[in-house]
Design a protein. Structure first.
Lengths: 112, 469
């Protein structure tokens, strides 16, 4: 099983959710985060005090999928989240040791 | 004050003429007891018109009192708290809110007496201690057509908001217990005497009630804004900068609150200025208009000054400009023409913008919410310009003699400067003494870890926003 973690532009969240639902991925965790890669921040001014704001709002989408589905999910996610500009984000893939469904103790792929 | 307005006077004259004619005819026809009947009807008419005037004036004054309290809660509470960091939002609101309670007690016990009882030119005697004698009967010196209780409660709202303004200077780092002690002493030592000097009967600067150096301060440029603004600067310098200032980011956490607060201040200010006419007549209208025009002009003044200086017109700038204009027009509101109000407002917008951006950065003091830059400087500017633009065409307090420079009395500006000077000195000296006392008794500034944690948690054990619940 793999955990797929994607940091994306907030305004692409709906597109990503729709695209993943369309291929049958309906379990995910979504968090509002702040961060940056190579994308520059912006300047804010309050009563003459200037602030360089480098922490930009992003959305983190996480899901755990069976090994067999890994590439399909990554491709779908990346296509849906892409605008072509700097700041589109990144996807990371992690190994998952186990998965358990809390309701009925299912384990492994059956729990996904 | 208290003269019958022209339409009412006209109505009375017409009624009198009509009744006289009727009486003449009747006496010719009957030649009997027409005279006592007429006397009684005139007396009844007199009582009825007086009651009608009192009802109109009292309704406006009670409304104005509510409007001025609205300026503190939630106007100022929102305006200030939106500008601080999230961890201090409640503590900052509390600074304004709690004064609504504590100042009320001080006022009821002794404040009204010190401010408005006749006594020396600098403070009143104790005839109104515990509001003794302050009831339904009007005080003819201050408001002949309203109960003295109304006048007292109206003035209380001013006494409440003035110390609340100071909290802008020590936001995010003042101990709550120290603040309570500070505000109590400040009201007693600075506000009540200053109010007496400018508005109390026999007060040193009172232009209408026997002041030695008559200065025009319609609604509190000196009494409210200069005292609080200058005291704020003293506090900011004494307490020192916030941890991390100016390098750490201290952006306003919720400007939305501040915009709402500014709007409530603008509307509430109509009670503050137009209510200072102490009646619902044409002077109230004039002050209302001057207030509004001043606010509008100052908003634009600050906005355009900032737009050309930084490239973008900020919302914070627009609302700051509006407050600066309201501050500056406060002493002038019942003395100047509408277009003079526009000039005063525009000047305040630009000057306060420069104060708060360039000058503050130059000197490096941490007047966190610009209480000095807006209230201290705005109030000083407004008080001086009142000496320029005050005219008997609007409010003839000198019985026909010239009032301001445009009336042909340039010396009035010097009188204004005297009142301004005294308010600066009283604020500085009084505040320094009080700060020393408070520091010795309770300690002014919070501990470092409390400041880092935020006043909401460290002082009040609460969080403003609990998104998990």
């Amino acid at each position: 099983m793999k955990r797929i973690e994607a940091i994306i532009q907030p305004h692409k969240l709906e597109d990503v959710k729709e695209a993943l639902k369309a291929i049958g991925v309906d379990g995910m965790t979504i968090t509002e985060v702040r961060g940056h890669g190579r994308q520059k921040g912006h300047k804010e001014v309050y009563r003459g005090m200037e602030y360089q704001v480098d922490l930009l709002p992003k959305v983190k989408v996480e899901m755990v999928v069976a090994d067999a589905r890994r590439e399909e999910v990554i491709r779908t996610l990346a296509t849906a989240a892409r605008t072509g500009k700097i700041g589109d984000g990144k996807i990371f893939v992690y190994e998952v040791a186990d998965a358990i469904r809390i309701r009925n103790d299912d384990r492994g792929d059956a729990a996904l | 004050m208290g003269n019958l307005s022209v339409p009412v006077r006209r109505a009375l004259v017409c009624a009198f003429t009509f009744l006289s004619a009727a009486a003449l005819f009747t006496s010719v026809a009957m030649a009997q007891n027409a005279a006592p009947d007429l006397e009684k009807r005139l007396a009844d008419l007199d009582k009825a018109t007086k009651a009608a005037q009192m009802a109109g004036d009292n309704a406006w004054m009670l409304t104005s009192s509510a409007l001025v309290l609205l300026m503190t809660g939630p106007g100022l509470a929102l305006f200030y708290s939106g500008l601080v960091r999230r961890k201090n939002v409640l503590g900052t609101m509390m600074h304004s809110f709690i004064l609504m309670a504590t100042t009320t007690m001080l006022w009821a016990v002794i404040g009204y007496s010190i401010a408005f009882a006749e006594g020396t030119p600098f403070f009143g005697d104790l005839r109104y201690l515990f509001l003794h004698g302050v009831g339904a009967a009007p005080n003819v010196d201050y408001g002949p057509t309203i109960p003295q209780q109304t006048y007292m409660i109206y003035q209380l709202m001013f006494a409440i908001i003035t110390p609340a303004l100071i909290s802008g200077a020590f936001a995010e780092r003042m101990k709550f217990s120290a603040m309570l002690l500070f505000m109590t002493l400040w009201s007693l030592i600075v506000y009540f005497p200053m109010a007496h000097m400018v508005w109390g009967k026999g007060g040193f600067f009172n232009a209408s009630l026997g002041g030695q150096i008559p200065a025009f301060d319609f609604a509190g440029g000196t009494v409210v804004h200069i005292t609080s603004g200058v005291s704020a600067l003293v506090c900011a310098l004494y307490l020192g900068k916030r941890l991390g200032y100016p390098n750490e980011s201290m952006r306003p956490h919720n400007l939305v609150l501040s915009v709402v607060g500014a709007c409530l201040l603008w509307v509430g200010w109509f009670g503050f200025n137009a209510g200072s006419a102490v009646n619902a007549g044409s002077l109230a209208s004039s002050a209302f208009v001057a207030t509004h025009f001043g606010a509008a002009a100052a908003t634009l003044g600050w906005m355009f000054a900032e737009w050309s200086h930084s490239g973008k017109p900020s919302v914070l700038g627009a609302i700051s400009g509006c407050v600066a204009g309201l501050v500056a027009i406060t002493p002038a509101s019942g003395f100047v023409q509408p277009f003079a109000a526009i000039v005063i407002g525009a000047a305040a917008g630009v000057v306060c913008f420069l104060m708060v951006t360039a000058v503050k950065r130059q000197f490096g003091y941490d007047d966190s919410l610009d209480a000095f830059g807006v209230h201290g400087i705005g109030g000083t500017l407004g008080a001086l310009l009142t000496g320029v633009f005050a005219t008997k065409e609007v409010n003839d307090v000198f019985s026909g003699r010239p009032m301001g420079w445009i009336d042909g009395n340039p010396g009035q500006v010097l009188n204004q400067a005297a009142a301004v000077g005294v308010s600066w000195v009283l604020a500085i000296v009084g505040t320094l003494i009080i700060l020393k006392i408070c520091d010795a008794v309770v300690g002014l500034r919070v501990q470092e870890q409390d400041e880092v944690q935020g006043l909401d948690l460290s002082m009040h054990g609460e969080e403003g926003y609990n998104f998990e619940s």
